[in-house]
Design a binder for this molecule. Structure first.
Ligand code: SF4
Ligand code: MG
Length: 336
């Protein structure tokens, strides 16, 4: 399958007011194939949202700065585009869905006006034609009374309904890549399931790939083909969903999986991972997970682990795999 998005050695820093530098994304590489659903998971503060914002070129610069790397869509580096060229790509080749649709929907315009505008920004169609397309899209996302909704304002809709509208808008120009950042986090559980199902249906119908950003492993299990686990600005493990769930390698991934609810422990409290993600301005010298890792070794304290290739599409950034895996990139090879 052809590669759609290829991020290579991406480094993003934030210049903090106190003069410190925060390495929020540090040597991140991954790719997404056409039509694939790839989840990017991790706790808040791991750099997942910053990574997605940088792909859309919506990173606030300053204080943010991309200090290294490339982000290629169909072989072209998005970082080379002028902001005007980029605005043709955003909303057209790349669709976006965020956690809180209220922040992406404009409160002063009707749903219809916003959808028509989104369509006409990228397609040469009349208002009438765009209105017909909008209506069709609203029906596609399961809004039965589309004629009524199209004339309403965002605040008149429920959270779930707004998210349906956002999905309709994101898909309106048939994006090759849909970036969904915690799209169901603000919704209640039943609505969450419906919205996930809808996203997957729309992705199939519009032949899009999805970069799905979430902190929820059960969402990953239901939606993704592959998973990338992010911790403190780095991808620490990457594998197919099946492989990652059956055979997690990185101690952080194992800990994350233990925080997942399973049917037999439904009512009981879930374990959480002790400790917190280190702040991006005060990262440990060695492995960033070392302060929380149950397997921490002497070298973990001062040598950054490299990325090792375990098998097929399985990669891990951890010293425990120095012998088993094949060196891919980054860190320092700790064995001499
Ligand atoms: Fe744990 Fe060391 Fe692996 Fe880091 S490199 S995850 S501290 S074993
Ligand atoms: Mg986020």
């Amino acid at each position: 399958q052809q590669v759609l998005l290829e991020v290579k050695h991406l480094k993003i820093q934030f210049h903090l007011k106190n003069g410190k530098q925060a390495k929020v994304v540090d040597d991140v590489s991954f790719s997404i194939r056409k039509g694939e659903t790839v989840a990017l998971v991790g706790e808040s503060g791991s750099g997942k949202s910053i990574t997605s914002l940088s792909i859309m070129r919506l990173l606030p610069i300053p204080p943010g700065e991309i200090t290294a790397g490339t982000i290629k869509l169909n072989g072209k580096n998005l970082l080379d585009y002028k902001s005007k060229e980029m605005s043709h790509i955003r909303g057209n080749e790349i669709g976006m869905i965020f956690q809180e649709p209220m922040t992406s929907l404009d409160p002063v315009f009707t749903i219809g006006n916003q959808m028509i505008e989104a369509i006409r920004r990228h397609q040469k169609v009349s208002k009438k034609e765009a209105w017909i397309q909008s209506l069709k899209l609203l029906q596609e996302v399961g809004i039965a009374n589309a004629e009524k909704i199209i004339a309403e304002y965002p605040h008149q809709l429920s959270g779930g309904m707004r998210q349906r509208v956002m999905i309709a808008m994101a898909m309106s120009n048939n994006p090759q890549l849909l970036i969904a950042d915690e799209p169901t986090t603000a919704l209640d559980v039943t609505v969450q399931a419906q919205i996930l199902k809808l996203m997957m249906k729309m992705k199939e119908e519009h032949h899009s790939a999805i970069l799905f950003i979430t902190h929820d492993m059960s969402v990953v299990a239901e939606t993704a083909d592959r998973v990338m686990v992010m911790y403190a600005g780095q991808i620490v493990e990457e594998a197919t969903v099946r492989e990652l769930f059956l055979n997690p390698k990185h101690p952080y991934t194992s800990a994350l999986l233990k925080t997942m609810p399973s049917l037999d422990t439904e009512a009981t409290r879930l374990p959480t991972i002790p400790g917190t993600v280190p702040p991006a301005y005060a990262l440990p010298d060695g492995c960033r997970f070392a302060p929380r890792c149950p397997f921490v070794m002497e070298q973990c304290q001062h040598v950054q682990p490299a990325v090792f290739h375990i098998q097929d599409e399985h990669k891990v950034r951890c010293h425990l795999f120095t012998e088993e895996g094949e060196l891919v990139h980054g860190g320092e090879r700790s064995l001499t």
